[in-house]
Design a protein around this ligand. Sequence first.
Ligand code: ZN
Length: 284
Amino acid sequence: MPELPEVETVVRTLRPRLQGRRILSVDVAAPAAVGGQAAAFVRAVAGTRVTGLRRRAKLVLIDLDSGGTLAVHLKMTGRLLIKSEHEPHRHDRVRLGLDSGDILVFADMRTFGSLRHFPPGGLESWPFYRDLGPEPLGMAEAEFVDRLVGRNSAVKALLLDQTVVVGIGNIYADESLFRARIHPAARASSLTPARLRRLFAAVQAVLTQAIAENGSSIRDYLDAEGNAGGFQNSFKVYGKKGEPCPVCRAELQATKVAGRTSTFCPQCQKGEVPAGRKGGRSKR
Ligand SMILES: [Zn+2]
């Protein structure tokens, strides 16, 4: 599932070819992808001009000169692709023809993603949008610490909770926890503010590096020009169960936290062991 760096990369690759363009034609191949009301979607979007592109959490937001906004949630396998030539494909859900001759395609092999139109003010009253937590690259360190400190949940579950902090999924949670040397199942309440500050620094460093490397391509993710990202080559632990830790050479292990496979180093991340297990502090 695309996380913050992948969605940011999609926005950055779309912007030069979409900003300022007028949408001349709207073809909805899958009404469910636009919320079920295909005719209303076409009426609202056809003829508008794109005034800006933004990312909020894992959403691509396309602002229109009507005051409305298109909100794209890629979910598992959704893609936004901009093409100069395009043969319709069976996974295409929505095609927007632009005055440049380009076609913006929302494709989704599975059907969890969506491309919805919100009239002026509508986005802000969408409950999903309203409940989103702060951006990890835009929030203060003190707010991050405040949101986690003393909480009884596993620290990884809180990183994945989009009402606590947005944009972080399984990849960037595992990579950040490894860099901060924190066990994914550690209760947030077992971590001192100093360790939470170290985690915040790790989250920001990992996301910043991943954006610089155009996101991570595992399975489906491609940017709007159809190019793969590069950060998968910089993974330290994600998906590497059984391989040696890049720091201490111990064998990386995997466990389930918040229902998600979580890969970690049993040596580097052994402090603050989960509730119910007896264990000493790490030597740091
Ligand atoms: Zn290690």
